[in-house]
Ligand binder design. Structure first.
Ligand SMILES: [Zn+2]
Length: 379
């Protein structure tokens, strides 16, 4: 079995392994950002970093740079995130190349999500600059804190960004898959506030927050509500002991839908259920509803999707359009006003220690990104 941990002769694999060796859970992207800043500034590019999403010496902000065009065309933005999901405590990344597959030898995730895309984008930047490949303006945004609620992207603005289209590389599955549709999501947090009392001595003096929370949930339609809408209560926490009428209970939930009206309707229904249950048990309730991300839908086609699909064909693959129930930086960039689609990097089994990507997929990804920059030139 052929094994290489670092220093592969393949420059793209070598770059990926170097990145994968640097731990970068959300809020701790300092080291990986420093590595990337050095690498991009080494190309003579002007790299800026946004406000850190977390204080302290490990905190870091989004990286942004532009490769000024040397030919006319459409300015495009390439995007990926530099953080990875947090691994088990003490599990350090131990990426290895084994028979053409990049995987982790430890319990830590490989981090191909999303360092496969980071490596491919940075390697493309190096090829474009060093080989003087004709290109229009290419902008690069490498976000932080994606895995902890899209925090980096949410702190971004389009000030100073000139791109007409965004292409984010943060989806699983074979290279050539294009996510054209993703739902909106709102989270709902409710804190029921009742009155504590001895459950055996004076239960009538108490107001049970747990009873109110349970009645609220019982009155909700949850799960897959229709083909484009889902709802969930994912957390319930309250009470202190069996003999105390509980005065506090929290529930957290979410609604996702590809249709904004259906999303609003379901959120309203859940809020009604919460308020009715609180009134029924004579408890107070504090409610918070947050828009986490906004839907996008490019399934009707258009010039941006044409560019992506033609680029896939140019590297000899067949594009496949897909839909996702998940959210990513792409939703935020669309919400900010930059039309952005999400493309697969070839990474598989993400967010698990079994995560992997083949060297072949990594190279396809790099070719796809170069093909996209060429398409922007022709367009
Ligand atoms: Zn990701």
């Amino acid at each position: 079995m052929r094994q290489e941990s670092i220093g592969s002769a393949d420059p793209l694999v070598s770059l990926f392994l170097e990145l994968a060796h640097i731990p970068s859970p959300p809020g701790q992207e300092r080291d990986v950002n420093d590595f990337l800043i050095t690498r991009l500034r080494g190309l003579g590019l002007d790299v800026t970093e946004g406000e850190p999403i977390r204080e302290g010496k490990t905190g870091a902000g989004n990286l942004f740079c532009r490769i000024p065009g040397n030919a006319p065309g459409i300015p495009i933005l390439l995007s990926a995130h530099t953080d990875t999901v947090a691994s088990e405590p003490d599990a350090l990344p131990d990426p290895v190349l084994e028979d053409g597959v990049l995987r982790s030898r430890s319990r830590a995730v490989l981090g191909a999500d999303d360092k496969s895309a980071v490596a491919a984008i940075v390697y493309c930047a190096e090829r474009i600059v060093k080989d003087d490949i004709p290109h229009a303006d290419v902008e690069i945004m490498l976000s932080v804190g994606e895995e902890s609620g899209l925090l980096g992207a949410k702190s971004w603005s389009l000030d100073g960004v000139g791109s007409r289209y965004g292409f984010c590389f943060d989806s699983t599955g074979p290279v050539g898959n294009i996510i054209v549709r993703s739902p909106s999501q709102k989270t709902i947090k409710a804190l029921f506030k009742g009155k504590a009392a001895h459950a055996g001595v004076a239960p009538e003096e108490g107001r049970s927050a747990v009873a109110a929370a349970c009645n609220a949930i019982a009155g909700m339609k949850l799960g897959r509500l229709d083909e484009e809408t889902t709802a969930n209560i994912g957390l319930i926490r309250g009470g202190a002991a069996a003999n105390v009428v509980p005065d506090r209970c929290r529930i957290n939930g979410e609604v996702r839908s590809h249709d904004l009206d259906k999303l609003e309707e379901q959120v309203e229904a859940m809020i009604d259920s919460i308020n009715m249950a609180a009134a029924g048990e004579e408890v107070d309730v504090e409610l918070a509803v947050v828009e986490e991300f906004r839907a996008f839908d490019f399934s009707a086609g258009g010039p941006q999707l044409d560019m992506a699909e033609q680029a896939v064909r140019d590297i000899g693959l067949e594009p496949l359009r897909g839909s996702t129930g998940g959210g990513s930086d792409v939703n935020v960039l669309n919400l900010l006003g930059l039309p952005c689609i999400n493309m697969s990097t070839g990474m598989e089994k993400v967010h698990t220690p079994e995560e992997y990507i083949t060297v072949e997929a990594l190279w396809q990804l790099h070719k796809l990104i170069l093909a996209l920059t060429a398409k922007a030139l022709e367009a």
